[in-house]
Write a protein of this length. Sequence first.
Lengths: 112, 116
Amino acid sequence: GQQLNQSPQSMFIQEGEDVSMNCTSSSIFNTWLWYKQDPGEGPVLLIALYKAGELTSNGRLTAQFGITRKDSFLNISASIPSDVGIYFCAGSRGAAGNKLTFGGGTRVLVKP
Amino acid sequence: GAGVSQSPSNKVTEKGKDVELRCDPISGHTALYWYRQSLGQGLEFLIYFQGNSAPDKSGLPSDRFSAERTGGSVSTLTIQRTQQEDSAVYLCASSVTTGEYNSPLHFGNGTRLTVT
């Protein structure tokens, strides 16, 4: 079963807002990754984190590898409509390409 | 193409039939993974190949599930005597291995399997 607890499970965004999601684990991971999945497609890598405490940005995305190696967060700044999708955190006990354990996902939707 | 290719994209089968799902990894990627994603859920690891061998099969849910990889490239996931609970999206991913390091996984678009 899943070992990563991801929250929130879903959220509504308004264009221009900053949003944040996080992932926690009861055990240590050596690599954290964040993926985005659009309907009918496979997950696409957004950010990979390799070192505890590391803060990495990719455009409007910022992610941090928690210092305890048991958590990570992802921030999206100034959200736009194409940010809609499902975001997954994933952890590896080895390198980034080793077997990944995935969180349950955060579904990002646009406020009506 | 440049990405991971999976076929078929959709498969509907009757309970009790066998199915084969195919994955073409990115050229040169020696590591290949199969994951399963049930509706609205995260991804569940099934099996990992390094070259043609499978050092980790721990995620295969039952002996009805098997996978092979030939020529260090194409992989097939076979599900025998399918059950309704096998309905899910089956995702394949590949990565580059350099020494002991594997690059992050690149995923295909998956095969959506529906067992009726």
